[in-house]
Design a protein around this ligand. Structure first.
Ligand SMILES: Nc1ncnc2c1ncn2[C@@H]1O[C@H](COP(=O)(O)OP(=O)(O)OP(=O)(O)O)[C@@H](O)[C@H]1O
Ligand SMILES: [Mg+2]
Length: 320
């Protein structure tokens, strides 16, 4: 790396970031911290401001107000020094249609004054292989499918080792196999110590690889944090199936739970929100000790998807 490493812990810090288009606040007072080494999922429905945020982070569009620091350097003043340390894939990567995929990358790499011409050919070949385009390397990029163009854009971001990768919907246009490959790629980049900031409108596509997430809704941040903490914050619910519902309710109430009223469609079940710190095995033992004939006992958690739908107030992949 040519730039001196900074001692800031955060790979990305945005403070009160706002972008107004005409009357619309596409991004509204966004404050975001992306720790170094994180795989940070930037989630939100269509139109919630993800691409606009990413464009601001990369200095492609000026914020209306607010401040950004990237890899510890203030943006946009340190842009020229910071950008070479950042790989990016932004919505709709441009290609030269009459050049092959390989020649597109050769040309993009040659335009980068910091890249090493001696290793260019091997770096291009390895980036194409990493995104599964090795077999189509000599095909004209203009004939590539949407998913292949997306892979080419991703390969471009991988031409050199970077401290930070910013990927705007990298799975856009990819088939399920391609989506899995992108997840694998993100995992291997993260294992090498690269911080990855990745946007998606589909939680399920990136949930498995993220250490952190932020959720946008209509230009505003609705939550951010470690994924495991967000998961833990979801409500757990206990369901006991038994013919002895009254006795079961008594046992649970005595242990501080608040069983809900029986429903006609499930007359032999007792359900209650399960407070943190209460062990199911102890509740089971208490039920059995009290003579409750337990046919089944289960704990269900609110899924992260449920939680995000609740937070964004709409279906996760519905246009905003
Ligand atoms: N150049 C622009 N001029 C005017 N409005 C814009 C411009 N760019 C974005 N917007 C508006 O800002 C809002 C946020 O758009 P943005 O592209 O950031 O959303 P997104 O979260 O990336 O959506 P998607 O999931 O569809 O990619 C949208 O309502 C969009 O119409
Ligand atoms: Mg977008």
């Amino acid at each position: 790396m040519s730039a001196a490493p900074s001692d800031s812990d955060a790979a990305i810090e945005a403070s009160d970031l706002t972008k107004v288009f005409g009357k619309q606040r596409a991004v509204d007072g966004l404050t975001l911290t992306v720790p170094r080494g994180a795989v940070f999922g930037f989630l939100g429905p269509n139109g919630s401001g993800k691409t606009t945020t990413i464009r601001m982070l990369l200095g492609l569009v000026a914020p209306t107000s607010g401040s950004i620091s990237l890899l510890g350097e203030p943006m946009p003043s340190a842009l020229a020094g910071v950008l070479p340390r950042v790989g990016a894939l932004v919505e709709g990567p441009a290609v030269y249609p009459y050049l092959s995929g390989r020649d597109n990358l050769m040309r993009l790499d040659a335009a980068d004054v910091r890249s090493d011409a001696a290793t260019r050919k091997t770096r291009v070949a390895s980036a194409l292989d990493r995104v599964g385009l090795g077999h189509a390397a000599t095909k004209k990029a203009g004939t590539y499918s949407l998913g292949m163009k997306q892979r080419l854009g991703l390969a471009n971001a991988l031409l050199r080792d970077r401290e930070l990768l910013v990927l705007d919907e990298p799975t856009n246009g990819l088939d399920p196999q391609g989506t899995r490959e992108v997840r694998g790629l993100i995992r291997s980049l993260a294992a090498d110590g690269t911080t990855v900031f990745v946007s998606s409108h589909l939680l399920s596509e990136i949930e498995q690889v993220c250490s952190h997430v932020a959720v946008m809704s209509a230009g505003r941040l609705v939550t951010q944090g470690r994924l495991d903490e967000l998961r833990a914050a979801g409500e757990r619910r206990l369901t006991v199936t038994t013919p002895d519902t009254d006795a079961a309710r008594g046992v649970l109430t005595a242990r501080g739970l608040a069983p809900e009223l029986l429903t006609a469609d499930a007359p032999d079940t007792v359900t209650a929100p399960l407070p943190a710190g209460l062990a199911v095995e102890e509740l089971t033992a208490a039920l059995v000790a009290a003579g409750v004939r337990v046919r089944g006992i289960a704990v269900s958690g609110e899924t992260l998807e449920d939680r995000f739908v609740a937070l964004t107030g709409e279906g996760f992949d519905v246009a905003g």
